[in-house]
Design a protein around this ligand. Structure first.
Ligand code: 1CP
Length: 363
């Protein structure tokens, strides 16, 4: 990047920013304060593309790994050591607290229910008042990670699945391309769906607040399937859940990152939630969104995960392009537009984080 090129956060000329710890850089980028360069991490950075993950996971089921505090801590930390990411995200899954609500879910490898959740009785039967009691191990893992990361001042992220995405799997019973069952419920039994979403929203607020109390510096909400809705349906069924979760989690003081996949048709709505950071997928033009919405909200993203198959110098070029595109925004966190894929090359992930560090000191 030529000297003087702007990057998001408007790097200051002073020397003190060169000393930023990883936590400070990350939290400042979330809040739109000056930084020396964008921080970098990757969604699904702990996962099957890493041989060390496959080794640590072997011999136990996915849920067993999520419940085993030492193992989950080890998996969470692997990307920090192995691929140079600059934030650690809790190793868990968006369905862990739903298992805590008493729903029998298995992973093969995605979440699967033997009996999809479609009746009023099943919705009524959902527990979910107290994640600390229902899934205590999540908070033990966060506490242990916060301790492990303290000396190096690395930021720790908690996360939750958004109510629409959780409900889409619960009502369908499994992953799907179209999630037709929840759409049939939306049109055929809207009151039942409203009740389900309300319960999931309550649980999500309690879950995220408890994660911050247990040590998460920031939290990310994943709404992977809300993009299946039309803009009008999205405004009715999804936006209010995001607004409530952001508002009620804000009391914790931790920055809030909102990720919605396939959101190009609802971009203005992403910025009506009060989230500190909006995480974009690769189908949106980062530069345009930065111009239009970036003054008030920081941005995260948005490389296509498949692009990590490119040679390192091409990845570096894309990182530079992303940083320049995001420059009009008050802050930018380098990330993918969705999670690492099982076939993602480890070398590509390393090239991505190294290129981010190479942006240092450009101004
Ligand atoms: O076989 C295995 O090892 C299990 C694979 C796996 C992993 C590593 C699953 C099952 N979940 C996870 C971890 C996970 N999932 C994290 C950990 C932290 C990190 O990012 O490193 C997070 C944040 C998630 C979130 C998640 N799970 C989402 C939302 C984000 C996204 O990627 O879209 C969703 C939709 C899920 C459901 C899920 N869990 C697992 C799979 C394979 C799936 C997808 C199922 C499908 O195809 O629909």
């Amino acid at each position: 990047m030529p000297p003087g090129t702007a990057i998001a956060g408007r790097v200051c000329a002073g020397t003190e920013l060169a000393e930023l710890s990883r936590s400070e850089r990350f939290l400042r980028a979330c809040r739109g304060q000056e930084v020396d360069r964008p921080p970098v991490w990757l969604m699904r950075q702990a996962g099957r593309y890493l041989p060390a993950y496959r080794e640590t996971r072997s011999g136990v089921t996915f849920l067993e790994a999520c419940r085993d505090v030492d193992r989950a801590v080890e998996i969470s930390l692997q990307p920090l050591r192995l691929v140079g990411t600059e934030a650690v995200i809790l190793f868990s899954d968006i369905f862990v607290p739903v298992v805590g609500m008493g729903v029998p879910i298995t992973f093969s490898p995605g979440p699967t229910l033997e009996t999809p959740l479609r009746s009023p009785a099943q919705v009524e039967a959902l527990a979910g008042g107290d994640p600390r009691a229902e899934v205590p191990y999540v908070f033990e893992i966060l506490g242990a990670l916060r301790k492990a990361l303290a000396a190096d001042e690395v930021p720790l992220l908690g996360f939750a699945g958004a109510p629409w995405t959780l409900a889409a799997y619960l009502v369908e019973g499994r992953g799907s391309k179209e999630f037709g069952a929840i759409k049939r419920m939306l049109y055929g039994e809207p009151e039942l769906l409203r009740e389900l979403l309300a319960r999931l929203t309550d649980m999500t607020v309690a879950y995220l607040r408890a994660q911050v109390e247990a040590g998460a510096h920031a939290v990310q909400l994943f709404d992977t399937w809300a993009g299946l809705l039309s803009p009008a349906e999205y405004r009715e069924w999804v936006l209010p859940t995001h607004q409530r979760i952001v508002a009620e989690t804000a009391v914790s003081g931790a920055p809030f990152i909102l990720y919605v996949k396939d959101s190009a048709h609802v971009v203005p709505e992403l910025f009506q939630t009060g989230a500190d950071v909006v995480s974009l997928d690769w189908r949106v033009e980062l530069a345009q969104v930065a111009e239009r919405f970036g003054a008030e909200t920081s941005l995260q993203g948005n490389l296509d995960p498949s692009a990590l198959a490119a040679p390192p110098e091409q990845i570096a070029q894309r990182v530079q392009d992303l940083a320049e595109a995001a420059a009009p925004a008050r802050g930018h966190i380098l990330n993918l537009g969705h999670g690492c894929l099982p076939e993602t090359p480890v070398e590509g992930v390393r090239a991505f984080t190294e290129a981010a560090r190479g942006l240092a000191g450009v101004r």
